[in-house]
Design a protein around this ligand. Sequence first.
Ligand code: GUN
Length: 291
Amino acid sequence: MAAEIIDGKKISAEIKEGLKDKIIRLKERGKVPGLAAVMVGDNPASQVYVNMKVKACEEIGIYSEVSRYPKDLPEGELMKKIDELNQQNNIHGILVQFPMPAQISEEKVILAIDPKKDVDGFHPFNVGMMLTGKPTFLPCTPLGIQELLVRSGHDPSGKHVVILGRGSLVGRPLAPMLYQKAKGANATVTICHTGTKNLPDITRQADILIAAMGKARFVTKDMVKPGVVVIDVGTNRIEDPTTKSGYRLVGDVDFNSVSQIAIAITPVPGGVGPMTIAMLLSNTVRSCEML
Ligand code: GUN
């Protein structure tokens, strides 16, 4: 039987509707949530992501401003801009789109952002809060994955979740978010990475498999058990001369084969991607409520 397609577009639209109501209530109290996005250089994927984030803000009534800088921007100039945004009362969330060019340290950028405006949830203060189970900004992609699982009826509680990839944006924060004793979590979590031996033996034990290692169509049918729930975080460009752009996006999962035996699976695009944006908006609204 073909798998249920977990529709990230639909679920994110529901979340955005809920946020609209919160924003109306904030506006009644004279407060407008504001997000500042900062881009350095002309990475095509970053441009697409920032444009999508700003458009989503407009759709639901969040004020947004974008600062775009050339790729040779000195690090000190970016620090000055972040400092200004930290002070700006109309800005509740600061998003510096990664990756940064080589002369800029991403670590310094993260440390420069006021943790109270760190809607990406990357600041070590917020990471520490998350690891100790305290309420804080949670990183948008892991939070989007958790929401997607819960809202599609596949609550991770009591399940064996196997995460492929230990990157700082997804795998590393997602593991503690899913094993903590909390609603929508309480799972048994295994992280697999480049040092993992006998990978298919482990992935075949997964009730929920989350692929976030950035390798096009890496997860194949023989690596999963029947009835698994699959979340595909990959966004890999592969050449495709039949499309206008000459490429198309595929996930880290071989969708056609895996969807034959999974019970549910996210598509790429239209799965995790829209959820990441919805969670950024949600964190920004939450910051405005608190600041
Ligand atoms: N680059 C890729 N994903 C992200 C993200 O979630 N936040 C930021 N700031 N940069 C990214």
